[in-house]
Write a protein that binds this ligand. Structure first.
Ligand SMILES: *Cc1c(COP(=O)(O)O)cnc(C)c1O
Length: 581
């Protein structure tokens, strides 16, 4: 980390521009949520954490980008449970002044006939080579804004559809205006991480002063993130008419004619020069869904330095010099001595178990095969699949052969998700004398990092093909932890049976899209592989187990990282030649 790679490696013209004008940033990345660290709780799950990881890698690589998102003063909630194991939400109050710097810039927008002032806070990510990348958090919670308008920056994904519409107008239109106010006049590409910020196209049109949709399209890149309908915001024109100021209203009607309302995904698809999904399978599914053939894919990744344990980092530093700036070099992981890899892994396992003991009072055995499952408790993720045949489950796992650690939050208004969490917690209690199952409350980036460094195997059982990518399993690969997962999202690309992990259920096929496959097949396969492959390998073939860990780093971590993702976006979507990358 002694060199400052970014400047000397960039193309000359780009270098001059950057040196003469620090505000020269041709790329702006917009995301409704950004997860940089758990002390800035303005993310709910994978979308935000991915955004944070991409911005961090962009900083490491010296990519001239800025990030734009909203500030949520009440964060995404703190999770607790009542005596019936029903999730309770407490506001995750935090103090932005401790984490961010308030800037003097103010711009205004008009919503529901009222003027709203928008302020901005900044968090500067300093990359591995010293390059600073600012992430801007928009804020409306201050005088003299109307009390109702101040609430727009309280909760992520809270409130009704009108509230959401206003938040997205603030993000897109307010975001563009604040960038201009700060002097960013030369942005060539606006990257929409999901459709939420799509209204920025309205303000680009206003700036332009005349209607030319091709010129807007040339400036926008759009990444779609989910084939699940709840992930695609839709606003009826009746609602939009009651909220938008007249000029924006006229523009949106012109941009989306013959429509009863605005789907933010549709807006993104129509007004972007490049559209991608987040894994190969997801692009295929999206092309069918959107009746298109041009949706490309850039498979997601995770930010290595954020997710790799300190023990593994030291090991990689010793055996694979330069891996941090170029994680592709992790392909050399087969040269890491097995003993050292195992020791580093067990250290992370002990750290996780210490936390489990502290928070749940349960003492887990570090010599026992430990499976982890943690993610948002959305129904399609099927956290309860493991318990679908309790008798068989006990058969396979009882007697201290396997233990399980669960975590996850359900959206406050998602009762389906809350019942899943209830079922997991109650099953854990019912089986307490047979199988060790623990639930860690309040899943966030810190818990995610303990888990993805400390379990032995990462379990994922989504309903095909609804997991667009999934990223928690990638965090595991950074730490040499194998995936045991349904063949969906990224795992289709990372899976080599008995080498990088194990599949669950049938291989993907074109008919998966109809969702009409027999789900019990997945459960049957899960139990049988656990019994015939995972348990025997873990206990009886340690050499093979650790060799699989090496292969997981070499074949998965070397690819599913955000350094590779950012380079791919630069080449395919941004069309900017960062020569040093
Ligand atoms: C990485 C992460 C996620 C995303 O995990 P998926 O596997 O994509 O579901 C969600 N929440 C937190 C806190 C994370 O760190």
């Amino acid at each position: 980390m002694t060199q400052r790679l970014h400047k000397s490696d960039l193309g000359n013209s780009l270098r001059n521009l950057m040196e003469n004008d620090p505000a020269f940033r041709p790329l702006a990345y917009f995301s409704m949520e950004v997860g940089l660290r758990e002390s800035i709780p303005t993310y709910s799950g994978g979308l935000g954490v991915l955004a944070g990881d991409i911005l961090k890698s962009a900083a490491d690589l010296g990519v001239p980008m800025v990030g734009v998102t909203l500030l949520y003063r009440k964060g995404y909630f703190v999770q607790e449970f009542n005596k019936d194991d029903w999730q309770q939400e407490k506001p995750a109050i935090w103090n932005p002044a401790h984490e961010l710097t308030l800037l003097p810039n103010r711009v205004s927008i008009n919503l529901q006939g009222r003027e709203i002032q928008i302020g901005v806070w900044v968090c500067e990510i300093v990359g591995a080579t010293g390059y600073p990348l600012p992430v801007y958090f928009l804020d409306t919670d201050f005088e003299p804004n109307h009390p109702d308008d101040r609430r727009f920056c309280w909760n992520l994904y809270g409130g009704d559809n009108k509230h959401r519409l206003c938040q997205e107008f603030i993000l897109g239109v307010g975001g563009l205006r604040i960038l201009r106010d700060m002097g960013y006049m030369n942005i060539e590409t606006f990257h929409l991480n999901e459709g939420h910020a799509g209204f920025l196209t309205l303000d680009l049109m206003r700036e332009q002063g005349y209607y030319d949709s091709d010129k807007i399209r040339e400036q926008v890149v759009f990444t779609t993130h989910t084939p699940v309908p709840a992930g695609h915001d839709y606003f009826e024109f009746g609602l939009i008419d009651s909220v938008f100021p007249p000029d924006a209203l006229a523009t949106i009607h012109r941009m989306m004619p013959d429509m009863p309302g605005v789907s933010m995904t549709e807006l993104g698809l129509r007004y972007s020069r490049y559209v991608n999904g987040v894994a190969k399978k997801h692009a295929e599914v999206s092309n069918v869904m959107f009746k298109m053939d041009s949706v490309d894919w850039v498979t997601n990744g995770v930010h290595p330095a954020t997710w790799i344990s300190s023990g593994m980092r030291k090991l990689y530093n010793r055996h694979i010099p330069g891996w941090e700036q170029d994680p592709g070099r992790l392909v050399q992981a087969l040269t890491i001595p097995k003993k050292e890899l195992w020791a580093a892994h067990q250290a992370s396992k002990l750290r996780l178990f210490a936390r489990v003991l502290e928070t749940t009072g349960k003492q887990l055995d570090p010599e026992v095969l430990t499976l982890g499952f943690a993610r948002r408790a959305a129904t399609y993720k099927r956290a309860e699949l493991l318990f679908s045949d309790i008798k068989r489950f006990i058969d396979v796992t009882a007697g201290g052969k396997v233990q399980f650690i669960f975590a996850g939050k359900a959206h406050p208004s998602d009762n389906g998700g809350k019942s899943i969490l209830q079922k997991i917690r109650q099953t854990a209690k019912e089986l307490a004398d047979k199988v060790e199952i623990v639930f860690i409350d309040n899943y966030n980036m810190e818990i995610a990092s303990l888990l993805t460094q400390g379990v032995d195997v990462w379990l994922n059982t989504p309903m095909r093909p609804r997991e667009a990518s999934g990223t928690s399993g990638m965090k595991c690969t950074m730490n040499g932890i194998m995936n045991f997962s349904v063949l969906d999202g990224w795992w289709i690309e990372g899976w080599i049976e008995d080498v990088t992990g194990w599949s669950i259920g049938p291989e993907p096929s074109a008919s998966d899209f109809d969702h009409n496959y027999d789900e019990s097949l997945d459960a049957i396969d899960l139990y049988s592989k656990l019994e015939k492959k995972l348990i025997p390998t873990y206990y009886k073939d340690h050499e093979k187990w650790v060799s699989m860990m090496q292969h997981t780093v070499a074949l998965n971590a070397s690819f599913f990282n955000t350094h590779r993702v950012v380079r791919e976006y630069a080449a395919k979507a941004y069309s900017i030649d960062f020569r040093g990358m």
